[in-house]
Write a protein that binds this ligand. Structure first.
Ligand code: B1M
Length: 211
């Protein structure tokens, strides 16, 4: 199935058409993951390219982001596995200085669907805020997201803050986001890296020895 109309609507920021197209695709029996990957994320990549070329500006990018979020709400029920018992506590957030949350929210949604308890701290989360919450909820996993190359160092600072507060051995750290790489994760001493939300679930299960 072609997702061109859906993609065009997300790129334009036309929430009504985009959510209708998402519902139509679901009703036609399309796989939610395909709609997400090919329709929605595909459209956001076009939006990013247009922004890089100066063809659109922040307000249009924001409108597309809002449109994508509304479409994700339509898809959300189709990702839930309805797990009854929690497989572990995950503190999740976008790092300090960074306001991008679509990818982080997708990661949270997929992890929740796989049976984990998500404590989502939102965006622009300072290292000390991560550390305090990890202590409070006795987190098994810390998940950090960064979309800007300028905010990646905040991941390093958060891991350092975990060490300084003697929490590093109590929690596994997984990181991701478009500019983040496996090499970067290794360099800063994270336990794992995932390129997308599906991989984040698999990597998290591996970290906690869940089959
Ligand atoms: Co921004 N932005 N933005 N932006 N924005 C990018 C990231 C950019 C690549 C666009 C570009 O220039 N081509 C560029 C960053 C360049 C760089 O540093 N490398 C950029 C810029 C420059 C900026 C501003 C500085 C622009 C300005 O003001 N001049 C500004 C910064 C604001 C700030 O954060 N302080 C800014 C602002 C914004 C908006 C607010 C307008 C909006 C965000 C709205 C929101 O999130 N609520 C926005 C958007 C929408 C984008 C693009 C177009 C789309 C991002 C997105 O949602 N992608 C983006 C271009 C692009 O990515 N192609 C861009 C879809 C999402 C599903 O993918 O987030 O990568 P992603 O998540 C994936 C994986 O990365 C992974 O799984 C997700 C799902 O598969 N993943 C993880 C993510 N987190 C993970 C965590 C994990 C594991 C996997 O473990 C815990």
């Amino acid at each position: 199935m072609s997702y061109q109309t859906l993609m065009d609507a997300v790129i334009k920021g036309d929430i009504k058409t985009a959510t209708e197209e998402t519902r139509k695709a679901v009703d036609a029996g399309q796989n939610a993951q395909d709609i997400l990957d090919q329709g929605l994320i595909g459209a956001m990549n076009v939006v990013g390219d247009k922004f890089s070329k100066g063809a659109i500006f922040v307000p249009q990018m924001l409108r597309s982001a809002k449109t994508m979020q509304e479409c994700v709400e339509v898809l959300k029920p189709h990702f839930q596995e309805n797990a009854m018992t929690t497989k572990g506590n995950i503190v999740l957030g976008t790092v300090k200085g960074d306001l991008h949350d679509i990818g982080k929210n997708l990661v949270g949604m997929m992890l929740e669907g796989a049976g984990f308890n998500i404590i989502d701290l939102g965006v622009d989360v300072a290292p000390e805020v991560f550390v305090e919450k990890i202590k409070e909820v006795k987190a098994d996993i810390l998940g950090m997201s960064a979309l800007l190359s300028t905010t990646m160092p905040s991941m390093t600072q958060t891991i350092k803050a975990l060490m300084d507060s003697d929490q590093r051995d109590n929690v596994k750290v997984i990181i991701g986001g478009a500019p983040v790489t496996r090499k970067f994760a290794e360099d800063i001493g994270a336990d794992s890296y995932a390129p997308d939300a599906g991989a984040a679930v698999n990597e998290t299960k591996k970290l906690l020895n869940i089959t």
